[in-house]
Every structure is written in structure tokens, then in C-alpha cells.
Ligand binder design. Sequence first.
Ligand code: AMP
Ligand code: FE
Ligand code: FE
Ligand code: ZN
Length: 296
Amino acid sequence: MGWPPGVASPRIDLHAHSTASDGTDTPAGLVTAAAAAGVDVLAITDHDTTAGWSAAAEALPPGMSLVRGAEFSCVSGPGRAERDVSIHLLGYLFDPEHEAIVAEQSRLRGERVRRLRKITEKMAADGFPVDVETVFAMVPDGASAGRPHLARALVAAGVVASVDEAFSALLHNGSPYYVPKADTPAVTAIEMVRAAGGVVVFAHPLARRRGRVVEPSVIVELAAAGLGGVEVDHPDHAADDRALLRGLAADLDLVVTGSSDYHGTNKTTPLAAETTAPEAFDELVSRAVGVDVLAG
Ligand code: AMP
Ligand code: FE
Ligand code: FE
Ligand code: ZN
């Protein structure tokens, strides 16, 4: 975007959550916190919703830029169950009123409510001091419910000491309480976001602590389907996996991004813990036509 001479090395963080999904800062609080952390460009990327966009835009501090995005809950590929993995795709700068996106995000938020209710009920039936009302009281209207909301209820009830412990002990994907949700086939999500003028980045593809991850061949397939970038520098990525992803990105002409995946106090990672190079950011923006990057 042509960086002013004063900004020698802009800090660009392209993945952050607000209370519109499973972060703990309001959208306005998120952009304020980002400015305080010295972030020059922030992307708001709540799970399966754009509900935080307008409040974040209205509160945008002077000098900061806002990239409007969302994190899409996807499944790596349909019809080959043994290979399918639950993955996240970041969509940036797409038209938020695009019909297919509005419909799919709304469906997914419904799926999220349904499955979180089931997980909570299973745990309550086993004697855990949690109930559906308390969990959903934490989810604002239009926001995406997620396991971190239940994790916080478990912390509040004294069952575990932290959100992280709630996941490692009870809420992880292999837990007996786990209930899956019907995610969007990744290729469908890519086509949808691109049709809405956006660009798609594969979020934390090799975050192994969360469960199974995709084979490199899946990244090759998604690149052929229109994937625009890959999140290489992410707190959940090991050094050797970053090197592998960097090589794949070079081969496939994918933009390399780095981001904190900030979730407020639901995770320990601070804003700008990982960042994106300005040249990579400019390339990403040049691949999108849906909505503009907002300048505060
Ligand atoms: P859900 O969206 O309901 O499937 O829950 C997944 C979300 O939980 C992710 O987006 C992360 O924000 C969060 N999460 C996953 N694993 C952990 C963990 N080990 N500790 C804390 N938060 C986690
Ligand atoms: Fe999350
Ligand atoms: Fe994610
Ligand atoms: Zn995220």
C-alpha cells in the first residue's frame, strides 16, 4: 500500500478474534488493544461471522489499518472420510453481503450452537457443574459460539484452572465429550470467498497440537482451487513445519503470512506475536477486490 517513510517496518497481524467469536476483547477493544501493542495493520477474523466488522471499523484508531476478514470452519475434502481433516481458512476483504457467504456463515453458527449445546449436555449428564444457559449467556447476539465459551464456564465453575487446561483435559477433538459440526468443504469455501472478491489464506495448516493435520498434497490441491496464501508463522507451528510450508508456498505461488491468532485472555499469545512482511501483505491485498482495507 506504499508505506509512509516514517513507518520503517509496519507491524502487520492478520489473524485476531473478538467477542464476535471466541476472543475476549470486544471488536472496538480489539482495535484499541492492537494500536496499544504497536500494530499498524490488524485483521479481524472471527470464526464464521462478520458481526464484529462495523464496531471495529468505527473504533479504528488514527494511523491504524483494518483488514476485514473471517475464519471459515472447513473440512479438507468431501467424500474421502479417512483423509478428511477439520481445517480453518481465513477469508479477507470479501463482500460481507455475498449471498452464499451470508447463508453458509449463518448455517455454521447454527451448527456451532447445536454442537456446543450437545457437548455441554453430555458433560452435565456426567456430573460436571455446567449448564447450557450459563454457557450461552456468554455469547453475544450474532456471535459464533465455540468451545472456548464452555471452557470459560468450566474455569468459572472451578473444574479446571485455565481455558488451555479445559481443552487438554476435556474439550480436545479426541475427547469423549467431543461432538463434530458439519463444516464447509474447503474448495466450496475458497470458491465462495473468491466469488465475493476476497482472498483466502490457509490458517495454521500444521498446528499439530489441535489434532490431525493435512498432508502437503492437500495444500497443492487447494492452491489449484484458488487458495491465495498460507499462514506460515503461527504460534502453533514448529520450526521445521514452517520451513516445509515456506517451501510449498514458494513452489505454489502462495503468499506467506504470519499472525498471532490472538484470542484475548482465552489464549496466552499477545497481539503481533507473529507478523506478516509488508511485501507479502501488499501482494495479498492486490489479490482481493471485495472491500477495501480501512484506514483509521
Ligand atoms: P470450536 O470453534 O468450538 O471448534 O473450538 C475451537 C477453538 O478453540 C479454536 O478456534 C481455538 O480458539 C480454541 N482452542 C483450540 N484448542 C485450544 C487449546 N488447546 N487451548 C485454548 N484454546 C483452544
Ligand atoms: Fe478460535
Ligand atoms: Fe483457527
Ligand atoms: Zn483463529
